[in-house]
Structure formats: structure tokens, C-alpha cells
Ligand binder design. Sequence first.
Ligand SMILES: Nc1ncnc2c1ncn2[C@@H]1O[C@H](COP(=O)(O)OP(=O)(O)O)[C@@H](O)[C@H]1O
Ligand SMILES: [Mg+2]
Length: 618
Amino acid sequence: MRQAPPQVASTVPSESPESGEGLDDHLGRAPDGYPADRTRTRFSRPDCGSATPVQTAPDAPRGIEIVARDLRRLRGGRCVLHDVSVTIRRGELVGIVGGSGAGKTTLLHALAGVQRPDSGHVLFDGLELYPNLGAFRGVLGYVPQDDIIHAELPLERTLRYAATLRLPEPVSRSDIDAAVARVLVALELEDCARLRVGDLSGGQRKRASIGAELLTEPHAFFLDEPTSGLDPATDAELLRVLRGLADDGSTVVFTTHQVHDLAHCDRIVVLARDGYLAFVGTAEEACRYFQARRTEEIYVRLDCAATPTAWAERFARHRHENGHRTGAPPAKQDPALCARPPAGFLRQWRALSMRTFETLVRSPLTLGILIGSPVMVVAMFAILFSPGTFDFDHPSPSAIAMIVFWITFAAFFFGITYGLLQICTEGAIVRREHLVGQRASAYLLSKLTVLLPFLLIVNALMLGLLRALDRLPGAGTMTYLSLGITLVLESGAALTLGLLTSAALANPAQATLALPMVCFPAVLFSGGIVPVHVMASVGAAISTVVPVRWAFEALGHSLRVRYLLLHGGSPLGPPLVHAYGNAGEDATGVYWLYLGTFTAVFLAAAWATLVRKCTRET
Ligand SMILES: Nc1ncnc2c1ncn2[C@@H]1O[C@H](COP(=O)(O)OP(=O)(O)O)[C@@H](O)[C@H]1O
Ligand SMILES: [Mg+2]
């Protein structure tokens, strides 16, 4: 058991406090009824007597002093944060409070390096945060409102993946085991280690999200509404965890609109509407300042007693009268000292591939889609199409065209359905992991690594079954190999298109709407139902960027459909060939090149969209 480094108490700078009251008074205050003892062991729980330590690196400087100066933020053309200046000391637990839409999350994001403010400065130990973000990232913890762990996986597994992805290089298996065990013990989640995250209670799930961040032992910890939706007992429990982190020396900042959370805080930052800074100080000082008998009344006073600008002006005067200084302390450390090299590309790719696979096979819905949709599609084909359609002496021309088209479309459909739910279902996780150095390329590659083999198997089974049922003609191995390559390439293009669409979507509900929007053009402009030859010129132009068209033509080419229709025993064959123009006349390799190009373009677009999704406003 390690005690928190003793220097924590002495590193609290002696600049004047925001509210103008003596710093010693402030530190001597006991918000939760206990002495504000800065040498308490991390997560010590004075009320229940348990003291579960989290090991810290012996030389790790704990806690970061944060100085925000004149932060301003525009959103949708409107200023939602008005020149907010605040100093947060090492080892403080600070709550950002205010009404809904007051700008709490916006301020938290600016302080945590999640979203750069439009103007103003954020200094970590006297150093500008944003130019040094790469160096500080490793010591920042940020828990957004949404869960940042997979609901399908058991808690211990999801923490192991988080540790593999986040612990700085070099890391061994025993480091990962130790980090996971430490966090489970510290957050009292050992009994839930084998439970699915989705089966945990709200409070346990929130602690699990916090656990994913604690794996790297952050020096500054930011949480967006960690207590929202929790019952009072769970809320208090979580606040004690945060209190323990701060007591151990970490700087902890969180947003809340629960008034009872404020009693646990060293200080609170009160925002009036439209992001005006109305007060910074202890909860008791806030009550005096707002002439409120209880903290609940602060909200009423904020809304009714004056305008947001008036509150901001009043607090600026108050600060001035009390000698508040906005100057930053001199830099105490080189950011390079706390830079922790993130996991390398290979480690990320391997861990992400394994996590994707495990998430897929553990989720009944995704597994159902993965296996169920090909089974249903092939069963429907077997019921719909008659055997012997490709018989040279008695071919059935229109049925041949339809079989070739629907097989082609099925391969597209499998790819799109596999890709569409991949990213939009884990947006919060991806965004958070991107902030700690996860590469979008490793992430996308892991999806392809897991899903392409599934698509290969599904397409091979579809061809094999339809051949066995005589819905496809008897042809040589090379012909079937060629059909298989075409379908896998097409499925790959569809998969990357699905990933691109998924990266652009916000949630799975949008994916449900997107599926027909992607599939309709794939049918209409494929050249299978309405031949390209007879399409209006705009339609024909659109068809050139529809992968199904090229796969359809490649399949027709490999199956020698033109020859069968022109020379087979049906008089309807030649007119049908003429209706399809010169479709299928190119070499198969040309079609494969087109399909490969689609895959590369969709993948590059998915990468760009994913990076943008991770860096833009949330
Ligand atoms: N993407 C966005 N585009 C435009 N305005 C936004 C966007 N997100 C948030 N806002 C606005 O910014 C303001 C502050 O939002 P936020 O910081 O989320 O408030 P809080 O966390 O206090 O509820 C709100 O008025 C909100 O409507
Ligand atoms: Mg918010």
C-alpha cells in the first residue's frame, strides 16, 4: 500500500483564491465532514473504514494545476462560453454547475483538451495545453456522459482491452493484469468482473467507465455529468470515489446539476446562462454570495435575480475587489516529462481486431445479422429460382439475368449490413480512444480483418449451395474461383461503404434508415433491373459509381451469359443480350480493378470521416 506523495499538499500554490477568502481556510474546510487531509491514501473511504490504494509510479508527479484564461467558445454562430477564467489547483475536486445548456460541457471540454476554445488559454502547470496536447494526453482522464466501454463484453475483458490500448509502451501481459486488477479492487468492482457490462447497474457501469480511465493513472481527471441518472446513494458513492482521487493528489473536475454533489467539492464553478461565469468558490461561499439559504436556491437566483451578463459583471467586480490574479504560475515541468508513448500500431490493431471479434460473437443481435441474413437470402434464392435455368439447350434468359443480378446484390447486401452497425454503435468509445492516441487506420483495419473472412465464407457458401441445388451452372473450378473473387471484392467494397456510412452516422437508429437509402441506388443503378444501355444519361452516369454494376457484369462475363443467350436454345436470348448492350464484355480483371478502387476510395473516405467525427464537436 502506497501513501499519496507527500509533496501534494505543499504543491498547492499560494496564489489568492478565486473567492478572495484565505486559502488556508479553504483547505481546512471539510466538505464531506472529514478533515481535508491531503495525505490520505487514494480512494480511502473514511466512512466505511476501507482504504484501497492505487499504486502510482514512484516518480509520477501527481495532480496538475489548471489555469483557464478568457475562454470563449462559439457554437452554431452563437457565443456559448463568455471569457471564462478560472484556476483549479492540484488535488482539488471541482464541480462545474449551472442550468441545462449553460455551457458546463463546453467548459469541461475546453479544460480537458477535448475541444479547443475559439479564444483564450488553458495552462497545465503553466504550460499551454493545446500546443502540448500530445504530451499531456497520457496524463489526462476524461469520462464523457456516454459509456466508454462495450456493453456486450464482461467487465474484466473490456478493461483488459482498454489497458492493452492505453497503457504506454512498453507493456507486458503482467502489467495489463496488474492494472486491471488494481482498478477492479480500487473501484470495488471485483465481484462484477465476469459480468457483462450491459448487466451492471447504472452506478457500476459509471464506475467501470471511470475504471477504463484510471488504468493509466491520470493526473487530471475530467468527468461530464458522472452522477446524472444515479440514485442518491449511488451518486454519493461515486462522489466519494472522486473525492478519494482528489485526496490522493489528482486534479478532478466534473460537471453536474445535482445540488447534493456540491457538498463533496473543494470548490464549485457556477455558470449562468449562455456560458457567463457567475461564481467560483466553495459551496458555502456560493450560498453567501448568491444570498441563498441552500445550494438549490442558487439556481433560482441565477435565473431570476439578474441577467447572465449582470452576474458575470458582478463576479468580475467581486474578484477585482478581492485581489484575484489571473496570471499563471511558472511552468513546473516540461510536458515531455509526462509524455507517455501510446500503444504502437500493431498492438492497437491486434487488440482492436480481437475486441471486434469478441464483441461480434458475444452480441446476439450482430451475430444474428452476421449469420441470419445470408441464411435467409440463400434460402429465398433456393425457393425462388428453378433448377436447370442455365441449361444450354433450354435456357431461361430472364431468369438467368435475375439470378446473376440477385447473387451480385446479395454479396453487396452482406457487406453493407456487416459494415453499417460497426462504428455508429460505439461512437463514444471510438471518440474517447482517439483522444488517447488510437489510430483511425488501426481501427478500420481491425474491422476489415474480422469481417472480410466472414464475408469470404458467406459468399463461398452461397455459391456452393446454389451450385449444389443446380441454381447455378456446372462449370470448372476456375470459373467458380473467378465468381468467388468477384463477390468477395464486391462485398469488400460494400463493407467499406458500410463503414463509411457508419462513421458518418450518430446512432444505430440512423443506420436503420440508411440501409434502404444505400440499397435502393445499388438496385436501381446496377444495370441488372434496368440495363445501363436503356437508362437515361444521368442514370447511366450514376451507375458507373455503383459497385453492383461492375460485379454484375463481371459475373455475367465469368458465367459466359452472353454466349449462352446468343447461342443457347432460347429464341428470347439474343433480344435480351441486345437490351443489355455491351455489358459484361470487358475482361474480368478490369472489373476487379474497379471493385478494388471502390474499396480503396471508400476506405480512405471512411478514415477521413472517422477522424473528423473524433475531432469535431460532440
Ligand atoms: N453542436 C452544437 N451546435 C450548436 N450549439 C450547440 C451544440 N452543442 C451544444 N450547443 C449549445 O451550446 C450551449 C452549451 O451547451 P453545453 O455545454 O452542452 O451545455 P450544458 O452542458 O451546460 O448543458 C447550449 O446552448 C447548446 O444548445
Ligand atoms: Mg452537458
